[in-house]
Write a protein that binds this ligand. Structure first.
Ligand SMILES: [Zn+2]
Length: 444
């Protein structure tokens, strides 16, 4: 390893109380699972950890990713130091596996999944969202008795693919009232030592259409994080009234916003533009407002799309896309060009809406690469960001960004030589750490 790489990797060490160049002796650990303190935060040392240190290039392009082996010391669940590799006798052997940041699944429905229950394909009977609402009125009561257990199972599926955090939408509607939320919160509590969840209170049957305002107010006081929404024109039949109420709920209860917007035509665009105006008028919502799906963006001509994306970026509104293939391909390259926050999730892993979810965020990064033809070393490596909430080991120039001292020790070990290979090949997770504690990989 050259000196520049070492210095760049050890920048955080001074902040962590070490003198540059004079590393403290590393802690000797004997237990492979590491030790953990009362808060379930690990104190461990790993050796033979493969980390990315830069790019190699020729006159035309980036041709390869440079890596080296390191010793990574973790204290109180955080990265404490990163040092040149050495054969410490009692350190955990990472076997040369590549360390990558934990994955973040930013759009999923943990509360009403079939996962963990019997196989059931999606029915062809329901053609519209209104049909789906009618179906949910029938099946949600059947799902509720199992929903805590199945939420835990699906969390285990996500964990098995290296995900440590999810943003889960949770039904708030007159059928389940607040029971979907209570059951989900029980599952989250049961998994709190190994998985984090933020909740979107989601009026799945229409905020106005199902008269869910009262329930949403109750839910907003039950430790949720975002106010959800659903197609304010086609379902609620009154876009401005529905969006005004959504904004009011978010402001009154100091929450973010994350709405489902499937409307792909003019009404979808009008909603995005109206929401953008409202957020500009209420700057506390900047950086806390998201539109999930936003299919309307996929139908715009380039000049209009550029203008809408620039406005979204200015308003700090993020787009959460499941990276659809087929007829509703999204303009993700343009969103990135305008520096709009883009995230993805595995959505309905298997339920009455969809059967194709894998729960694998690295798989989403792979899909992104394939769909947009990003197959060179640099472009592949950049695709990882959609799976990790924008955390990348290297910046576009090859400067090291992650891990740094002080970062949460939430990461995965993969048998891969670099991020680009991991995105292209989607290897299995070999080991997973949450707050520096190794987690068992359970697959149901
Ligand atoms: Zn959804």
């Amino acid at each position: 390893m050259n000196r520049k790489n070492f210095l760049s990797l050890s920048t955080g060490m001074v902040g962590a109380g070490l003198l540059a160049g004079v590393p403290k002796p590393l802690m000797a650990m004997t237990d492979f699972t590491g030790s953990s303190n009362k808060n379930n935060a690990g104190n461990i040392t790993l050796k033979n950890v493969l980390l990315e240190t830069g790019f190699e290039s020729d006159e035309f392009e980036i041709t390869a990713t440079k890596t080296s082996l390191f010793v990574v010391e973790i204290r109180d669940g955080k990265i404490f130091s990163i040092q040149p590799n050495s054969n410490l006798k009692d350190a955990i052997d990472a076997k040369g596996y590549l360390m990558l940041p934990a994955m973040k699944d930013m759009h999923i429905h943990l509360d009403k999944t079939f996962y963990g229950g019997p196989w059931k394909a999606r029915s062809k009977k329901q053609k519209s969202v209104v049909d789906m609402i009618k179906l949910e009125e029938k099946i949600i009561p059947q799902l509720l008795p199992h929903s805590t257990e199945r939420a835990e199972k699906i969390i285990e599926l996500l964990q098995s693919h290296g995900t440590d955090f999810a943003r889960s939408h949770c039904n708030i509607e007159p059928t389940s009232k607040l029971d979907s939320l209570k059951n989900l919160q029980q599952a989250i509590l049961n998994k709190k030592n190994s998985f984090g969840v933020e909740i979107v209170a989601f009026p799945q049957h229409g905020l106005l259409y199902s008269r869910s305002e009262g329930l949403m107010k109750e839910a907003a006081q039950m430790d949720i994080d975002f106010i959800g929404g659903l197609d304010p024109t086609t379902i609620d039949q009154n876009m401005t009234k529905s969006m005004d109420l959504t904004i009011r709920l978010a402001l009154d209860y100091k929450k973010g916003i994350d709405i489902h917007l499937h409307e792909s035509g003019e009404s979808g665009l009008k909603t995005i533009e109206y929401l953008t105006e409202l957020v500009m008028e209420n700057p506390t919502l900047k950086g806390k407002t998201f539109v999930s799906h936003a299919f309307a963006l996929g139908r715009l001509e380039q000049p209009k799309l550029d203008q809408v994306c620039a406005n979204l970026a200015e308003a700090g509104i993020g787009i959460i896309s499941t990276v659809p293939i087929g007829k509703s391909v999204m303009p993700i390259p343009t969103l990135y060009k305008h520096k709009v926050k883009v995230m993805t999730g595995t959505d309905s892993v298997i339920d009455h809406w969809s059967t194709f979810g894998s729960g694998n965020m690295l798989g989403k990064a792979n899909l992104l690469a394939q769909l947009y033809g990003w197959s060179d070393e640099l472009a592949l490596s950049r695709c990882l960001r959609i799976a990790t909430d924008d955390i990348l080991p290297l910046d576009d120039k090859g400067e090291q960004l992650w891990p740094k001292a002080g970062d949460a020790a939430n990461f995965n070990l993969f048998k891969a030589s670099c991020s680009a290979e991991a995105v292209a090949r989607v290897p299995q997770v070999r080991a997973r750490y949450y707050n520096g504690v190794e987690q068992k990989i359970l697959i149901s």
